[in-house]
Design a protein around this ligand. Structure first.
Ligand SMILES: NC(=O)c1ccc[n+]([C@@H]2O[C@H](COP(=O)([O-])OP(=O)(O)OC[C@H]3O[C@@H](n4cnc5c(N)ncnc54)[C@H](OP(=O)(O)O)[C@@H]3O)[C@@H](O)[C@H]2O)c1
Length: 256
């Protein structure tokens, strides 16, 4: 173990062999870094300057305590967890199932934070080595940042899954529903990315056609009443979006 190593000349241990750990270890190796792991539970850090904890958030405290005697710096990859137990954090703003290639990091955002400038420089150097774009998020804003990521990924999937289930009412089987609805979802995301949600919004709520919304609601109430609460909540949010004055957005961006 050495102290204060130059970030990319350091040796790394990736701890945790789950969805992200394996992909991250492979990507760091592909970037030319010296990497041990991903280490499974119970496997020891042999020799490394820097440990990267890719364990569930609830395990970070214990895993950091185990790694601390063996390394100079410890980082985690959690979006929501503060830096209480680690020196830095590196949160790739992407979803990982474990099957991704190292290129998955190319061009994505990577939230970085550090308890010291030196520790944050490690996170920034790692993000850049992976081909991603580091941006800073401090502990005070971490929960809100992570909630934004949840809206864009986890909660989006809940909406897409509801679309797939409701398509079934219309006799469209799940695999076909995903194939048919995915281009619609992709175009919606592309339009949102380009111009924001208010400008991208189309459909009956944007047109003020509440009769059609009621007919949709009745069809769901008949066949899948368990999905009504989600439908109603999303319709309420979409009415707010349709009514929103675009100038509010510009005001908020200007004030941020
Ligand atoms: N997956 C994503 O899309 C994603 C994206 C960005 C950030 N992250 C972050 O990445 C971290 C890991 O998430 P994940 O999705 O990869 O979770 P995961 O698939 O559940 O994998 C966690 C791994 O950590 C292992 N583990 C648990 N405690 C350990 C310990 N004390 N020492 C060593 N290994 C231990 C688990 O082993 P056992 O099976 O033996 O418990 C499991 O293999 C989290 O902080 C998460 O916020 C994930």
């Amino acid at each position: 173990m050495s102290t204060s190593p130059a970030p990319l000349a350091s040796t790394f241990a990736v701890i945790g062999a789950g969805r992200l750990g394996g992909v991250l270890a492979a990507a760091l190796s592909a970037a030319g870094l010296t990497v041990q792991g991903p280490l499974r539970r119970g496997e020891q850090v042999a020799s490394a300057d820097i440990a990267l904890l890719c364990v569930p958030d609830a395990e970070i405290t214990a895993a950091a305590r185990t790694a601390r005697p063996h390394v100079a710096f410890i980082g985690h990859v959690s979006g929501a967890t503060p830096l209480d137990d680690v020196d830095f954090s590196l949160h790739p703003l992407q979803t990982f199932t474990g099957d991704e290639s190292p290129e998955v990091f190319h061009g994505i955002g990577c939230a970085v934070a550090g308890r010291t400038d030196e520790a944050r420089a490690i996170a920034e150097a790692l993000a850049e080595a992976l081909g991603s774009r580091p941006f800073r998020v401090d502990d005070a804003h971490r929960a809100a940042y992570h909630a934004a990521a949840s809206f864009a990924s986890n909660l989006l999937l809940t909406t897409l899954d509801a679309a797939e289930q409701v398509a079934r009412i219309a006799g469209i089987p799940p695999a076909q529903a995903r194939a048919l609805l995915a281009p619609l979802a992709r175009q919606s995301v592309a339009n949102w990315e380009r111009s924001g949600a208010h400008a991208a919004l189309t459909g009956p709520i944007a047109r003020g056609d509440e009769r059609t919304v009621t007919r949709q609601r009745d069809a769901i109430a008949d066949a899948r009443p368990d999905l009504l609460a989600l439908f109603d909540a999303l319709c309420a949010g979409t009415r707010d979006l349709a009514a929103r004055d675009d100038r509010d957005d510009h005001g908020r961006e200007g004030a941020a």
